[in-house]
Design a protein around this ligand. Sequence first.
Ligand SMILES: [Mn+2]
Length: 347
Amino acid sequence: MRSKRSQRLAEFQRQFQPSDGVLVAISADPDAIASAMAVARLLRRRVARVVIANLNQISRPDNLAMIRLLQVRLTPFAEIHPAEFQKFVLVDAQPAHHEILASLPAHVIIDHHPESGTRAAFTDIRPHYGATATILTEYLRAAGITPARRLATALYHAIKTDTDDFKRQTTLEDLQAFQYLFRRANIQLARRIAQADLRLEYLKYFKIALQGMRRRKNRIFAHLGPVSNPDVCVILADFFMRIHTVGWSIVSGICERRLVVIFRNDGARGSAGRLAQACFGALGSAGGHPTMARAEIPLAEIRDPAFDPKDPRRTLRWIVARIERRRRPRPLSGRPAAEVAPDSAHA
Ligand SMILES: [Mn+2]
């Protein structure tokens, strides 16, 4: 009797003919990229060709580093003619997650997100797994394929990323896959990829933040002025949390006519989500987790004469005053935050 894993692999392999052109459509993040690479490896010499197409424009510097250093070949979906393919594979996503995915006649769906109801000829969805890369690592092992260094490094990085180094949803299977990949991955290269979270043009925001920052007890505030991408506020807010005496870091910027305020808290006292909500909930969307939160306020909603988006010093003073005023009369207690809008960027 063959094991469940090799039965599942055989069923996956049965979906493909040697003449097939296979399109793997992904929303490119580390888990999706690594899983697509594994599908391409599983289908090598079994089908005519495999093309990996990214639906999204890839802009995160660490993902760009992954693609460059692991020599991943991706084709933007806009350049794809779906009619030229016979089989469509979705990994780390389901048709309900993206309208383009919904428009493709998926033959294979392999994912770890919650079930959204769509089935394909072959569907393997395991919501309790920390990463789709773990499922694909099991397929490779069942197929007797030892992943080459680049593929092993991609899968290793994917599991680390999706489980946030095992601080998020992780199963025994994720740990087993990680242990298997650890011996085969280029750990230095994976570290290099994970570390590459900056763009050269972000350095000017470090200068602005360091020169303009304000300290109130264990709280650091900085306002970056106009930013091309709010991710840079997240990077600076996380950066200030690396100072061992800092309990709160609050970094803001202006992007697309909105004031974006990123909150970080050390998790010892107070709640970033509740503070964001209390200070800015009346003006825009605000909320998050106890340690991470964000507020986004349309500039048009702020009618306070003390606020001037064109003057970064006054903007910072306005934010500091609004937050410090909130903190004084009613110190925040340990009640759990209402999770309004989880901070998604650089989570
Ligand atoms: Mn994933």
